[in-house]
Design a protein around this ligand. Structure first.
Ligand code: SF4
Ligand code: SF4
Length: 265
């Protein structure tokens, strides 16, 4: 296997200075086709206005940082399910609605929240948002973000063999890869949760309603975070949710996936 240099982030902050409009073409197409009411998960923000997604439990933390650092990051729901049973919007993800740069990025290029627990998306640079669990050989669109350090040896990665590529990414980028995989895992987990909740008649998602009508209804309805909703409807206890979030944040499932693939021991 070709030896890949160890990636060393110089903390220049460039990747945090452009958090808007980085949606890949395939993601944009998916959202256009299914995000506006054809599927239970409803998109509230058009692809060109999307910034970094924050899971509900991450958004909760960032709202605290807003107060702590006196920053208005305009954190708003970006994706969720409208439940016709309870007439509520269940928020899966939020996003910061600011200009191009992340509001937590200081003028000197440093992250003001660097010493705190941040979000998956903050840790996966220099990788880009991408479905790592579904990496298809020879189709690595949007795999790497724009990073001048990685650009110096990007061509050394073997794009012809998925297992070798994952091994090389882990060898060079370590936790960035784990964060990307974990982020994907949570995405799959949240999609499966919708199916489970429907099976147990705990939600009745609005599907195939005219989007503008639905959006208005969402704006006028009560909003509730997914994790809180799961507790309220008895799908999980608070202890289970806390444990789940802890497992997510310690990258437990990402490590298991790499262990199963024999990438790590
Ligand atoms: S990942 Fe790259 S662009 Fe982002 S801070 Fe590190 S070196 Fe800079
Ligand atoms: S919170 Fe910090 S690390 Fe995360 S995107 Fe913003 S500036 Fe970058």
């Amino acid at each position: 296997m070709t030896s890949i240099p160890l990636f060393k982030c110089c903390s220049c902050g460039r990747c945090c200075s452009q958090i808007r409009g980085f949606t890949s073409e395939s993601e944009r197409q998916f959202i256009e086709e299914y995000g506006y009411g054809k599927l239970p998960l409803i998109q509230l923000v058009p692809p060109q206005e999307m910034t970094f997604p924050l899971w509900d439990f991450e958004a909760k933390r960032f709202k605290e940082y807003e107060k702590e650092f006196n920053i208005d990051a305009q954190i708003k729901p970006s994706r969720g399910v409208f439940d016709l049973n309870s007439n509520r919007f269940i928020v899966f993800t939020y996003q910061m609605n600011t200009q191009d740069a992340c509001p937590f990025l200081e003028e000197n290029g440093k992250c003001i929240a660097y010493k705190t627990k941040r979000a998956f998306i903050c840790h996966l640079f220099p990788l880009n948002r991408s479905p790592y669990l579904k990496l298809e050989e020879n189709n690595y669109e949007g795999l790497f973000g724009s990073c001048h350090t990685l650009d110096q040896f990007k061509e050394k990665f073997n794009l012809n063999d998925k297992k070798t590529l994952i091994r090389q990414l882990h060898q060079s980028l370590g936790d960035s890869l784990l964060n990307a995989i974990q982020h994907d895992y949570i995405m799959e987990w949240s999609n499966n949760i919708i199916i489970e909740l429907m099976k147990q008649n705990k939600i009745k998602p609005a599907v195939n309603h005219p989007y503008q009508f639905l959006k208005k209804r969402i704006q006028n309805s009560e909003h509730m975070d997914l994790t809180e909703f799961l507790i309220e409807v008895g799908f999980k206890t608070r202890e289970e949710i806390n444990q789940l979030i802890q497992n997510f944040e310690t990258l437990t499932q990402a490590k298991e996936i790499l262990r199963e693939d024999k990438i790590i021991i």
